[in-house]
Design a binder for this molecule. Structure first.
Ligand code: C5P
Length: 296
């Protein structure tokens, strides 16, 4: 496929939200087995790629300066992994990452950026492959689910994905009160887990159904994460004060989310939280607004 030199492909890398996260065991290599209900927000980072005379990588956005722009960045690891697999197709490329999501915060920013980079570059380089999830998994346990990009249950270490059809619209607010959490540290501080899988998922048609179901579930990483980063407790309490249906931490933290009965309630809660805590990351959102293309 011949692309014009000017063609830019831009994709949103949506925030990943673990509505429920149960730890069900531990593999011999130290990775933990999970059972997690995951949705994707309609907000996220943005990855843009275009052909260029030489490779380049630029990072901007509110959280851009907190991120390394060297080869340790998951965006460049994704580019390198795809290029290593398809060296004949992988012409030099200029990549721009707009980093709107907080770093190392439990909403999959890095994994979602890597997934968006893989998708954007396969389109730009004209690569047709069914190996993206396998390539993604070499970059991180959450990358395959971010490639899926729609409501799902993740098992294994996160790579066994079962899509969930017809998930209702769920209004939410995401809050991060600052301070990155280290996923390996949170997992290794995990104690007293009960190894219970998620209860079977019934058909969920309303926010009420979602909250009833989530009421029987947990985020098993919460206590360990809050001990390591007490600011998570402040975010949880601030969200509770806005009278939501449910409050919980996502992933290994520290971003927390609350669920509301309507978009208006979520927007009012976000506005109040922003006024009270101007330094925090606060955003009203909902699940599932980003179309990642027909071959996800
Ligand atoms: O795969 P990823 O690089 O995102 O994982 C970061 C770290 O988080 C791993 O090295 C591991 O310590 C921990 N982890 C885990 N179980 C998982 C996913 C991550 O223990 N399912």
């Amino acid at each position: 496929m011949l692309d014009s030199v000017e063609r830019t492909i831009s994709l949103i890398a949506p925030a990943k939200i673990n509505l429920a996260l149960h730890v069900t065991g531990r593999r011999d290599d130290g990775y933990h087995l999970l059972d997690s209900l995951v949705v994707f927000a309609h907000i996220g980072d943005k990855v843009s790629v275009k052909r260029a005379p030489v490779d380049s990588f630029e990072v901007s956005g509110r959280f851009g300066c907190a991120l390394p722009s060297d080869e340790t960045n998951l965006v460049l690891k994704a580019r390198n992994a795809l290029r290593a697999r398809f060296p004949d197709k992988a012409a030099p490329v200029a990549i721009h990452l707009e980093k709107h999501l907080p770093i190392a915060s439990g909403i999959g920013g890095g994994s979602s950026d890597a997934a968006a980079t893989l998708r954007a570059l396969t389109a730009l380089w004209g690569i047709e492959t069914n190996e993206l999830a396998a390539i993604g998994l070499t970059l991180g346990a959450d990358v395959p689910m971010c490639l899926h990009g729609q409501p799902l249950i993740a098992r294994g270490i996160g790579e066994e994905i079962e899509g969930v059809d017809d998930f209702p619209h769920v209004p939410m607010v995401l809050v991060n009160s600052g301070g990155a959490t280290s996923t390996p540290q949170v997992f290794s501080a995990l104690i007293n887990r009960d190894n219970q899988p998620l209860p079977g998922l019934p058909r969920l048609t309303t926010v009420h159904d979602v909250c009833i179901y989530l009421g029987q579930t947990h985020n098993h990483l919460f206590s360990a994460a809050e001990k390591l980063s007490p600011a998570i407790g402040y975010a949880m309490q601030a969200l509770r004060n806005t009278d939501p249906r449910l409050v919980r931490m996502s992933g290994s933290g520290g971003t927390c989310f609350a669920i509301y009965g309507s978009d208006q309630e979520a927007e009012a809660a976000a506005a109040a939280l922003k006024r009270a805590q101007p330094g925090w990351f606060v955003v009203a959102t909902h699940n599932g607004g980003v179309d990642l293309g027909p071959d996800r």
